[in-house]
Design a protein around this ligand. Structure first.
Ligand code: SIN
Length: 350
């Protein structure tokens, strides 16, 4: 049951959630060949991972459902929404977003969501960084300008040649737009989440969540909403995953009213999602999340630990064929999407 690199003593100490994270995390085979360059991922047993795509297919074909899973129909394009009997408040909507919708939100997540005043993980080092995706596409370089230039911004994008000239002989720091895009881990929309204090900082400048995203979230939230109430999206966190990136087990508990769901949309490469219980010692359920799937977490499910231990970028497992077709003329988006996953989770804060 435990990985070979975990001793029995260590295994006894780690929680059930951590054990599952270690089980599904990406590890590489140790190559005996010194100059063998391409690292080979270790095989992982996926037989216990719930697959809502197959559940949906067998439900559509013969009305069958595995034990512990129920289907509700609640006006969401008349497609079934699944719930887990052991996790009240958790809902899974397989393929909730059309391919066109997925492409739209991938574009927005890369082009407009990281735009100031929205904050990203890059703010802490570089201050506000605008037009990141365009800069990466155009091969630009973010260069640290010497001293202050009056507007307080010390880092600016410039052409690669200019960056080389300016840094010649100077100790100017620079970083390529491509590297920054690869290192983009999160951006925040609407009310800005302060990760250091783990709360919403309402005094930070922010824009409202875009209307189209609000409307979509309201439609998607319906199965998990208390009767007669409306979902008011006020904040969203966009998580960006590259190969090997994980999101450790956590709770999303900084919102006032837990009866309102978190609406969580998956885009890009397939991932494994772990849904635990109220304690890290409760063994989590593992399930695949594909591009276009939507998860809702409301009520008791808001108190459940959850995380993402793995994304798959290999051809067989990533399951992004339709995205590749749609982005075939947009090489930068295509390159990004082939090795990445994006999660947009939308919240009502108050
Ligand atoms: C989260 O739990 O905050 C995101 C989950 C996901 O990436 O699907």
């Amino acid at each position: 049951m435990y990985r070979a690199d975990t001793t029995a003593d260590e295994a006894a100490e780690i929680t059930a959630f951590r054990r599952a994270e270690k089980k599904y995390k990406l590890y590489y085979e140790q190559s005996s060949k010194k100059f063998y360059r391409k690292k080979k991922p270790k095989q992982v047993d996926l037989s216990e991972v719930l697959d809502f795509n197959s559940i949906l297919n067998s439900h559509n074909q013969n009305d069958e459902l595995p034990p512990g899973i129920a289907a509700v129909r609640c006006g969401f394009d008349d497609r079934p929404v699944f719930r887990l009997e052991t996790r009240p408040g958790f809902y899974f909507i397989p393929g909730a977003l059309s391919v066109e919708e997925q492409c739209k939100w991938i574009r927005e997540s890369l082009r407009s969501f990281p735009q100031p005043p929205n904050r990203t993980n890059h703010n802490a080092i570089y201050g506000p960084v605008g037009d990141l995706f365009v800069a990466a596409k155009e091969g630009k370089v973010l260069l640290e300008e010497e001293g202050s230039n009056g507007d307080g911004q010390k880092w600016r994008f410039c052409e690669e040649g200019v960056a080389k000239l300016r840094s010649k002989g100077n100790a100017c720091k620079s970083v390529s737009g491509t590297a920054l895009l690869r290192k983009l881990r999160w951006s925040t929309l609407g009310l800005q989440f302060d990760w250091s204090k783990r709360n919403y900082n309402v005094s930070l400048p922010h824009n409202k969540i875009p209307d189209a995203l609000c409307e979509l979230a309201q439609k998607l939230a319906a199965p998990a909403m208390p009767k007669g109430e409306e979902f008011h999206p006020e904040a969203a966190i966009v998580n960006y995953f590259g190969l090997g990136d994980t999101l450790g087990g956590h709770l999303d508990d900084m919102e006032l009213d837990w009866s309102k769901p978190i609406v969580s949309m998956s885009l890009g490469c397939k991932a494994i999602f772990l849904l635990g219980g109220k304690s890290r010692d409760d063994p989590p359920l593992a399930m695949f999340l594909r591009s276009g799937d939507v998860v809702l977490m409301a009520g008791e499910a808001r108190e459940c630990f959850h995380g993402v231990p793995r994304i798959f970028i290999d051809e067989e497992n990533a399951e992004i064929d339709s995205l590749e077709t749609h982005f075939s003329e947009e090489s930068h988006l295509l390159d990004y999407v082939r090795t990445s996953r994006i999660n947009i989770n939308i919240r009502q804060v108050f």
